[in-house]
Write a protein that binds this ligand. Structure first.
Ligand SMILES: *Cc1c(COP(=O)(O)O)cnc(C)c1O
Length: 391
């Protein structure tokens, strides 16, 4: 009997070590990793520069406490603001915490403006985390069931529907912010239209609302730009990050600019571990490697190779509804539930994921090679073809 709480439908394998885009399980079987621990292992496994930087930092200082200055955290804030166009950073340990900080900031600003029960517009099929506030912001009834009462103050609209948000603007005077993923990850790799993003930015400016981009999954280079909002050329007021930020070490961040910057004073928010020397070093090194190795351009080219390769290999295959994504955030939508593909892929030595029931999700490391992309396309197209023809 396991003493672990039964919170995950775990697959019955355990990995012992990894190298680049490959991981090996305890039986010695090797897998091509097209998931990166859900967009976390940005640099693949066991990256020599990340390992060396972490070992060196562990030998100097692991943790210091935010009671003191942490130079690594200050440098990381500088880098993230430089890359994103934001002004300030708050560090935490996960995506939900980054979003909690964003939600608290939006409410805090509302109260400053005399709105005593501020509301945030959120999207259908959104995923923002599992804490009470972020679960309430999440657009998935199944995830919320059994945890009521939910946190109030969220208004839900369909994704990519600017008119629905304009309608809310006309009669809801409590709205202080709009929060969205530029590409919905858990919701099935759904992309926000550029026109929707620009219209939303203009509406937020017009109304004095904050635009909050949850880039926990789509940020940190995954889509071929540092942040997914940069494709449409918009600038949010708040950006939240986690997953890939530390290349495998837990760290989250909430970045702010404009009206969202300079709001919190000591005592308003905090975290014991957030941005500690080890985690900040992990993120600094991850950023440095992405930059020095040209991994943004690489993500664009490898992502294109995978999407085009799959489109070619699956052309004419009935049951494939759509192949979409940006950079190395890719979804293949089928016409039927396909969770079973995960175990079939595992047997074939391939790590993938299925989300929103019918969408095969690929989130390979940004270091994925041309050969690995080709191998992924060949193996996955065969698996999908087989699944759709041999039930
Ligand atoms: C994973 C995810 C989160 C939650 O992150 P945790 O680190 O699991 O709390 C929030 N938002 C998005 C978009 C995510 O993909």
């Amino acid at each position: 009997m396991s003493h672990l709480m039964n919170t995950y439908a775990r697959l019955p394998i355990a990995f012992s070590h990894g190298n680049g885009s490959w991981v090996t399980d305890s039986e010695g079987k090797r897998y091509l990793d097209a998931l990166s621990g859900i967009a976390v292992n940005t640099l693949g496994h066991n990256h020599p520069r990340l390992v060396a930087a972490l070992a060196a930092q562990a030998g100097r200082l692991l943790h210091a406490s935010n009671l003191y200055r942490i130079p690594e955290q200050e440098r990381l804030a500088d880098r993230l603001c430089e890359l994103s166009g934001m002004k300030e950073a708050f560090f935490c340990n996960s995506g939900c915490e980054a979003n909690e900080a964003a939600i608290k900031l939006a409410r805090f600003l509302g109260h400053e403006q005399g709105i005593d029960s501020p509301a945030i517009v959120v999207m259908e099929r959104a995923f923002h985390g599992r804490t009470m506030a972020t679960l309430s912001a999440t657009g998935n009834r199944k995830a919320q069931a059994g945890f009521e009462p939910l946190v109030s103050g969220f208004v839900r609209v369909p994704y990519n529907d600017l008119e629905a948000i304009r309608a809310i603007a006309r009669h809801n005077k409590k709205v202080v912010a709009v929060m969205l993923e530029i590409i919905q990850g858990e919701g099935g790799i759904n992309l926000a239209d550029h026109a929707f993003q620009r219209g939303l930015r203009a509406l937020c400016d017009d109304r004095g609302w904050l635009l909050i981009c949850d880039e926990v999954q789509c940020g940190m280079g995954r889509t071929g730009t540092w942040f997914a909002f940069q494709h449409a050329g918009i600038v949010p007021d708040i950006v939240t990050l986690a997953k890939g930020l530390g290349g495998g070490v837990p760290i989250g961040a909430c970045l702010t600019t404009g009206k969202a910057a300079g709001l919190f004073q000591p005592g308003n928010h905090g975290s014991t571990f957030g941005g500690n020397p080890l985690a900040a070093t992990a993120a600094l090194t991850t950023i440095e490697v992405i930059e020095q190795d040209g991994l943004l351009a690489h993500a664009v080219s490898i992502g294109g190779q995978i999407r085009q390769g799959l489109a070619r290999a699956l052309a004419g295959q009935r049951g494939v509804v759509d192949i979409r994504g940006q950079g190395l955030m890719i979804g293949i939508e089928l016409d039927r539930p396909c969770g079973e593909l995960v175990t079939r892929a595992l047997a074939a030595g391939l790590l993938i994921n299925v989300t929103a029931d019918k969408v095969v999700r690929l989130l390979p490391p940004l270091t994925f090679s041309n050969e690995e992309a080709q191998e992924l396309v060949t193996r996955l197209a065969a698996l999908i073809g087989e699944f759709l023809t041999v039930p």
